[in-house]
Design a binder for this molecule. Structure first.
Ligand code: PGA
Length: 285
């Protein structure tokens, strides 16, 4: 894989939905339609903690990956109600959301705690999907880029080049989440491009300390859009230069919707493969 080629990712964040039985039924529907398809994006299902065991069991022979919605940064300890990276790797969890806006709004997540989770995830071989995005009043005050780049810098500013190979970012404007008021694709692309530049600047600071391997290039960072993505609007997003997939909430709970989103993402995968015939599906490992 070239150092500028990017993985396409479609992640379904189920939030606080689905009992074990409902989760199993949904996974089976998604899996039976997706497994064996060509040009699939990386598909990540992110059920609530209580359904991880059941979903993991369903996915054992599947290319679909398993993610968690949050994670504490300690390995273990007196932290009632929390889940550790060790507990997640024990269940073959490969991805974790970090800094989702609902965690920031309701559960005390801050720019101080996101880097702790990111580092702990990477230490344990879990790929973090860092969620960033501005509130409506911040957008109206013209602060979108400042807020988002601060969130990115705080969470990723202390990583080394090698660690960036395992990170992706989801740009999720808070006002677009769960509202049906999705962000115009061109504007989402603009912010995702700004995020890419922010990461490039972080990497530039590291230039002298990259060790032996090929240094990470910000052009290969997968950046997803999230916020009221549906089967009917995904095509616009995956056409954009800087948008490499989607983090999907509500629409990931309905198999037909989620499958329509996956199908649109297959077009981007196909285009990328055509553009770079030497493509080998080893990104992000
Ligand atoms: P939504 O949620 O697709 O329901 O807007 C997205 C998210 O919160 O990740």
């Amino acid at each position: 894989m070239k150092n500028t080629q990017r993985q396409v990712i479609i992640a379904g964040n189920w939030k606080m939905h689905k009992t074990t039985r409902q989760a199993t039924a949904l996974v089976e529907e998604i899996q039976s339609a997706a497994d064996g398809e060509k040009n699939l994006p990386e598909i990540v299902l992110i059920p609530p903690f209580t359904a991880l065991v059941a979903v993991e069991k369903c996915l054992r022979k599947s290319a679909i990956k398993l993610g968690a919605q949050n994670m504490d940064w300690h390995d273990e300890g007196a932290f009632t109600g929390e889940i550790s990276p060790l507990m997640l790797t024990d269940l073959n969890v490969q991805y974790v959301l970090v800094g989702h806006s609902e965690r920031r709004q309701y559960f005390g997540e801050t720019n101080t705690t996101t880097p702790l989770r990111i580092k702990a995830a990477l230490t344990h071989g879990i790929k973090p999907i860092l969620c960033v995005g501005e509130m409506i009043d911040e957008r109206e005050a013209g602060l979108t880029d400042a807020v988002v780049s601060r969130q990115v810098g705080a969470a990723l500013g202390e990583l080394n080049s090698e660690q960036f190979f395992h990170v992706s970012i989801a740009y999720e404007p808070v006002w677009a989440i769960g509202t049906g008021n999705h962000c115009a694709a061109a504007e989402a692309n603009r912010v995702c491009g700004m995020i890419r530049k922010t990461v490039a600047a972080l990497l530039a600071r590291l230039e002298d300390s990259t060790g032996n391997g090929e240094p990470f290039n910000a052009n290969r960072l997968p950046i997803l859009y999230g916020g009221s993505v549906k089967g009917s609007n995904i095509a616009e997003y995956v056409k954009q230069e800087h948008i490499d997939g989607a983090l999907v909430g509500g629409a990931s709970l309905i198999s037909e919707e989620f499958l329509a989103i996956i199908q649109a993402a297959q077009e981007r995968v196909k285009r990328a493969a055509k553009a770079t015939p030497s493509n080998t599906p080893t990104a992000h490992r």
